[in-house]
Each structure stands twice: as structure tokens, then as C-alpha cells.
Design a protein. Structure first.
Length: 232
């Protein structure tokens, strides 16, 4: 394959947005990691309290390595917390925990977009790798049908990214509500801090969507351009 400068036209804006989103979430996380919550409870304690409060006693809380790797697994009904969040008594830790508990509540209430996204995971895991391979092979050997098949397979990743946005935003909305109603944060500075952490995290999903869409558009550009040249 050769280097195509047009790739930057499609990819560079998305890459810059992704870099900015990562810097923003890390900045918000670092800032409010240093702000203790007034109740002085850890992320682990907050998770246990919220799970009990919302009838999720069946959800286990487990550790996970790394930083900002916290997540809820609907298959195993487990909340995975990084050590930095589980042991922290900060506003940032409570925000992240509440967001993940928000996903657990979505699962419990059969929130449609979450169910659909979870069902797509196996297919997207395969198509995100197989799609580009088929596309490149089809483009190299001028097999238009194969290239379009790869493009269609890869488009499942774009649909998955589109579906992820409402799931994550809804979880953040639930998180703020739970933090208030469960009395885990104080209105004012703490609530504003939690909102900033959650809003910053949301931008990472927007950036991921823009990235996959820009790649998809670049593939369409290559394929339609290649087809036009062959017709001449």
C-alpha cells in the first residue's frame, strides 16, 4: 500500500478531537481526584451503597487493572473498579462509580440501547478487523464486490459507535441523579465537579464516533474514486 495524503484530510480532524477529548477527561479526572467528597467515602463504599439502594445486590464488585478502566459487564453482572477509583475518597471517584452503576441500572431495567449494543459486541468485534482486511484486499486486486463487502462490515463499527452515545449519556444522567438522591454529593461545588468529570468523559465517545465515521468516509472515497478511474 502507498501513503495517501488524502488520508490526513479525513483522519486528522478526528485524531485532534480524540487527543483533545483524552486530555480533557484526564485533566478533569486529575483535578477532581484531588477534591475529597464531604462524606469521605471511597469509590468502593459508594458502589456498594448505590447497588444496595437500587436493588442491585446481585451485582458483584471486582477489581480491574489500570487507570480509568472502570466498567460494568452486563454478561457477568459485575462492576469492575480500578484501584485508583475504588480506594479514592474523591469527587472524581464517586462520579466514575456512579456512571458505571448507571449502566447496571440500565441493564436491570432492560434499557433498549444497552441491550442492542451488548448484542452487537460479538459481531462488531469480528467486523472491525475483518472489514478493513476485506476492503484492502478488494481494493488492491480491483475486486469491487469484495471491497464493498468489507466496507459494509466495517460500517457495523460506525453503527456501534452511534449507539454508544445515548447509552453513555443516559448512564451519566442517571449517575448525577443517583449521586444527588442517595446523598453522596453536596449540591454546589461537588455536583459541579461530578458534572465536569462526566461531561469530559462523554467527549471521548463523541471523538470515537467521529474517528470511525472519518475512516468510513475515507474508505468510501477510495472505493468510489477507484471505480471512477476504472470506468475511464
Amino acid at each position: 500500500m502507498f501513503w495517501d495524503p488524502m488520508y490526513l484530510v479525513f483522519a486528522l480532524p478526528a485524531m485532534l478531537l480524540a487527543f483533545w477529548a483524552q486530555m480533557r477527561v484526564r485533566s478533569a479526572y486529575s483535578r477532581y481526584l484531588r477534591v475529597p467528597n464531604e462524606r469521605s467515602i471511597t469509590g468502593l463504599e459508594a458502589a456498594q451503597m448505590m447497588l444496595r439502594s437500587h436493588g442491585l445486590g446481585h451485582v458483584s464488585v471486582q477489581g480491574t487493572p489500570g487507570q480509568l478502566t472502570d466498567h460494568y459487564d452486563p454478561r457477568s453482572k459485575a462492576l469492575h473498579l480500578s484501584q485508583g477509583v475504588a480506594n479514592s475518597r474523591s469527587v472524581a471517584a464517586l462520579s466514575i462509580v456512579a456512571h458505571e452503576v448507571g449502566h447496571a441500572v440500565q441493564d436491570q431495567t432492560n434499557y433498549g440501547p444497552l441491550k442492542l449494543r451488548s448484542g452487537l459486541v460479538p459481531m462488531v468485534t469480528v467486523s472491525s478487523y475483518v472489514g478493513p482486511v476485506l476492503f484492502i484486499i478488494g481494493l488492491m486486486f480491483q475486486a469491487t464486490g469484495l471491497a464493498w463487502a468489507g466496507l459494509i462490515l466495517f460500517s457495523a463499527s460506525a453503527f456501534f459507535a452511534v449507539l454508544t452515545l445515548p447509552v453513555e449519556m443516559n448512564a451519566s444522567k442517571r449517575a448525577l441523579l443517583m449521586l444527588r438522591t442517595d446523598g453522596l454529593i453536596v449540591q454546589g461545588t461537588e455536583e459541579a465537579g461530578a458534572r465536569r468529570v462526566l461531561d469530559a468523559a462523554a467527549w471521548t465517545y463523541v471523538a470515537a464516533l467521529i474517528q470511525v465515521l472519518s475512516t468510513l468516509l475515507y474508505y468510501v472515497f477510495l472505493l468510489t474514486g477507484s471505480s471512477s478511474r476504472r470506468r475511464r
